[in-house]
Design a protein around this ligand. Structure first.
Ligand SMILES: Cc1cc2nc3c(=O)[nH]c(=O)nc-3n(C[C@H](O)[C@H](O)[C@H](O)COP(=O)(O)OP(=O)(O)OC[C@H]3O[C@@H](n4cnc5c(N)ncnc54)[C@H](O)[C@@H]3O)c2cc1C
Length: 506
């Protein structure tokens, strides 16, 4: 632990220091400034502007606003099982989302954005008590200037850009880019936090925080060692979000004496979404609702492993197993491949557009008929099964057998092995294609336990003075996830943390 006395020189002094410029960090900084416009509020962000913004920037941008808060309390309590939140925090969660829609609409209007329906989605788990509280999902997009006015279309980065616009028009809040926070400065006896140490372009950097530090550095989905340690994932599980969300806050919070929670739960990832590997450039979320039918997936053992065309997307790739909602087992069967034919290639764009780092930040435009990706070598093509098998390192006889079994099941109209809906199946005909699949992560939820004021708690569940947290890091989500809940949590937890830090006596 770095004590205040050990810091010889502060590179920066502020009242509130926020770590991370994703949605939670931006909202925390805006709220701190709104509560006390005289307070000096600074955001320290690890990345330069081009690659800052974390998962918020590349998410699907869906927002959910429960219409009946009593029902929402029941629904959220059911989603949390078997890891219930303390009742007090569940109440706070409900309170945090009460009136949030009106707040978002007002914020959007101030910077020329509007709230629009995201796409006829109801509750992900409609059989759970209180699920009727979710009537639809919403998103934000610019109110003018977007030529594509189709309803139910994600405007890439829409929610993030709305709040970034607020930040950009608040010059009183300084954003220092390329500062990577590493360690908190604390009183060794009281644990009170006085600032943060890190690096700026490889040089040591120290920031003093007179009132508080808000940690909003997102998840650890881009650190394969942490994914192994905390979530049990083998290497190769791939993030769809920021490659720079490497869980830097986890050792920082541990060292600070924080009690960690939700490091591994069913919603830790928002599910394991099958994705298509794009060489060494990352992966894209696979189109979750392909219209084509002549395709299936095989796992490491060369065999199919689930009814591929199920409505997994509606439940963040969870399926009912032994009376529990569990992750689709894609992470346990990699290396995996999607096998398909010419009809499937030309019918659907195989990437889910509008989200994920590779498409949104790197700006890659996936071709509508997947031909560019065949040319890039991310999709292999062959005239015969044998040739395809050799190209992807599979046993030709085993692959031929899988294709024959799938074709026979499609023709018979019965998938006896996995029960895939026959209406989603048709036989594969040459030429054949294969794309390497990854198990992709949307997010992680672990971090420090926090309370309804955004205060980080120690192992006795007492607040660590001057230390606050917001967003996906240390999320309230303790088991299943309802779409649109992470971005809204980034908003209300950011507001709590920013407000609490700004109101704390220096
Ligand atoms: C593909 C995808 C789709 C999703 N779709 C949805 C959706 O539709 N709806 C929904 O509600 N949620 C969705 N999510 C989840 C949601 O996007 C995240 O949970 C949320 O954006 C997290 O916000 P945050 O501010 O906590 O973290 P982030 O947005 O990840 O921001 C963290 C920031 O901290 C910075 N940082 C990291 N380490 C340091 C350090 N050491 N020092 C300083 N800065 C640091 C990062 O560079 C980053 O800018 C999706 C996520 C993904 C990846």
């Amino acid at each position: 632990m770095a004590s205040p006395a050990s810091v010889r020189n502060w590179d920066l002094e502020a009242d509130v220091v926020v770590l991370g410029a994703g949605l939670a960090g931006i909202v925390a900084a805006l709220e701190a400034h709104e509560v006390d416009p005289d307070a000096r509020v600074v955001i320290l962000e690890k990345q330069p502007p081009k690659t800052a913004g974390g998962n918020s920037r590349v998410s699907g941008q869906s927002l959910s606003f429960p219409v009946d808060m009593a029902a929402y309390r029941r629904y959220q309590a059911a989603l949390n099982q078997p890891h219930p939140l303390p009742e007090r925090l569940l109440d706070a969660w409900v309170a945090g989302r009460t009136g949030l829609r009106e707040w978002v609409e007002a914020k959007a209007a101030e910077v020329g954005f509007e709230l629009v329906p995201w796409g006829n989605f109801g509750a992900e788990f409609p059989d759970m008590p209180g699920a009727e509280c979710i009537d639809d999902l919403y998103t934000l997009r610019p109110a003018t200037g977007d030529p594509d006015r189709r309803p139910n279309r994600t405007y890439p980065s829409g929610v993030y850009l709305c709040f970034k616009a607020h930040l950009d028009r608040t010059p009183e809040i300084e954003v220092r880019h390329e500062v990577r926070a590493r360690e908190l400065v604390q009183d060794p006896d009281t644990l009170e936090v006085f600032g943060v140490l890190g690096e700026w372009r490889g040089q040591p950097f120290a920031a003093r925080a007179r009132r508080g530090v808000v940690v909003a550095t997102g998840g650890f989905e881009s650190d394969s060692e942490m994914l192994g340690t905390y979530a049990g994932y083998a290497p190769g599980v791939t993030p769809y979000g920021s490659p720079f969300n490497t869980g830097d806050a986890i050792p920082m919070l541990q060292k600070a004496g924080a009690k960690l929670w939700h490091m591994r739960n069913n919603t830790e990832t928002g599910g394991n979404h099958p994705g298509i590997k794009c060489g060494d450039r990352g992966a894209v979320v696979r189109n979750p609702r392909p219209k084509a039918r002549s395709w299936f997936d095989i796992g490491a053992n060369g065999r199919r492993f689930y009814p591929e065309a199920g409505n997994y997307h509606d439940t963040h790739f969870k399926y009912r197993h032994h009376d529990r909602w569990e992750d689709v087992p894609i992470s346990r069967v990699t290396p995996a491949h999607m096998i398909f034919d010419e009809t499937t290639r030309v019918t659907d764009c195989l990437a889910a557009r509008g989200m994920g780092w590779f498409l949104v930040v790197d700006g890659y435009e996936w071709s509508a008929d997947n031909s560019a990706e065949v040319a890039a070598g991310w999709i292999q093509k062959a005239d015969t099964v044998e040739e395809l098998a050799i190209k992807i390192g599979r046993d030709p006889r085993a692959l031929a057998e899988q294709i024959a079994r799938f074709n026979a099941a499609a023709e018979a109209g019965v998938d006896a092995e996995f029960g895939r809906d026959p209406a989603t199946m048709s036989p594969l005909r040459p030429p054949y294609y294969a794309a390497e699949l990854v198990a992709g992560l949307i997010c992680t939820t672990g971090g420090a336990m926090r309370d309804e004021y955004g205060r980080v708690l120690d192992h006795q569940e007492r607040p660590i003075p001057g230390l606050f947290e917001a967003g996906e890091l240390g999320s309230f989500h303790s088991n299943l996830y309802q779409n649109g809940s992470f971005l809204t949590e980034a908003m209300f937890s950011g507001r709590w943390a920013g407000r609490s830090a700004a109101l704390r006596s220096p």
